[in-house]
Design a protein around this ligand. Structure first.
Ligand SMILES: Nc1ncnc2c1ncn2[C@@H]1O[C@H](COP(=O)(O)OP(=O)(O)OP(=O)(O)O)[C@@H](O)[C@H]1O
Ligand SMILES: [Mg+2]
Length: 304
């Protein structure tokens, strides 16, 4: 039987008149990598802080490893690691000192050498926090979240502001944590990252869950499938539409045609050939998580 690591039922949290979390439920199993996605202000950080036991919800229940994060705060502190959004620390402390300090607090052996190597921060081990770059600070944040070898790790935007190499390094660390059986809840604004790393994603906006499932399931259910993108004008789009009956849209010199059978492609190219249109773009594309996300969140904002 699969065991639940994180369960939340109907969470509600308001700040004055702002309802940051509005009836959100979550169920994350042990060993799962789950990514909360949503636009700025969607309620991701507030939700994570409730799960971490840092904020009390106005309504709803939370269970972390079958414990209440408020009542069992001390016990859970040993089993949960946290990397907050925009991680910050004491200016004069070096990464090595910071990790050692955490290890002492948690009563675990000093693992600073191994952790600094893991995130490629060994060279900065003795530089004070205030002199680290933004990305180096994030890396230290990840080390501190891992210092007590937790079972569950909350990572709130761990890769924001990282260079491409450092981001890939962070992905490797996340994959390694998963292979060790850890449960991870992470947020990100990089949809491609969620698609790569997460077993399941939850798309939230205005504190509510809009869609939840594996990236493939969400793309399958809410995506528009395959489409052919070619260079061309609105006039070409209208010709293709009337000749083939296919769904067609045009924007910025590109025509997108929805494809549901191979012969659609041949038929479209026949129209292109018949009007002697010269193609500079010819691509077969599949809607990804980002396309689905933009459509969903756009709809919520009334942009469509
Ligand atoms: N301490 C607070 N006091 C008042 N309002 C807050 C507080 N924290 C968050 N909010 C509001 O709650 C809403 C949700 O914020 P939250 O930080 O949870 O969003 P988020 O999804 O993490 O956004 P981002 O992607 O920008 O990090 C926002 O409208 C925000 O302004
Ligand atoms: Mg946030």
């Amino acid at each position: 039987m699969t065991q639940t690591a994180i369960a939340a039922e109907h969470l509600v949290k308001s700040y004055g008149s702002i309802k940051a979390v509005d009836g959100l439920s979550l169920n994350i199993r042990k060993g799962e990598v789950y990514s909360l996605l949503g636009p700025n202000g969607a309620g991701k950080t507030t939700t994570i802080e409730i799960l971490e036991g840092l904020r009390r919800p106005d309504e709803g229940n939370v269970s972390i490893l079958s414990m209440d994060p408020w009542k069992n705060a001390v016990e859970l502190r040993r089993k949960v690691g946290v990397m907050p959004q925009g991680f910050n620390f004491i200016a004069k402390i070096t990464p090595k000192e910071a990790i050692r300090h955490y290890c002492t607090l948690f009563g675990v052996p000093d693992n600073s050498k191994e952790l600094l190597e893991l995130v490629d921060l060994t060279d900065m081990a003795r530089v004070s926090f205030e002199h680290l770059s933004g990305g180096q600070k994030q890396k230290l944040g990840l080390c501190l979240a891992m210092a007590n070898s937790p079972e569950i790790i909350f990572l709130d935007e761990p890769t924001t502001g990282l260079d491409p190499q450092a981001r890939r390094n962070m992905w490797d660390v996340i994959k390694r944590l998963k292979s060790e059986g850890k449960t991870l809840l992470l947020t990100t604004h990089y949809l491609e990252e969620a698609e790569r790393l997460a077993d399941r994603v939850g798309i939230v906006d205005h504190g509510r869950m809009l869609a939840e499932g594996t990236p493939d399931d969400i793309i399958g259910e809410h995506g528009n499938g395959l489409y052919l993108r070619i260079s061309g004008t609105a006039e070409l789009a209208s010709r293709i539409r009337s000749a083939t009956g296919l769904e067609c849209s045009s924007k910025d010199g590109l025509v997108d045609i929805k494809i549901d059978a191979n012969e659609n492609i041949v038929n479209v190219l026949r129209v292109v050939e018949s009007v002697h249109s010269k193609l500079s773009v010819l691509e077969l594309k599949r809607e990804g998580l980002e396309d689905v996300f933009v459509k969903m969140v756009g709809r919520m904002e009334g942009n469509e």
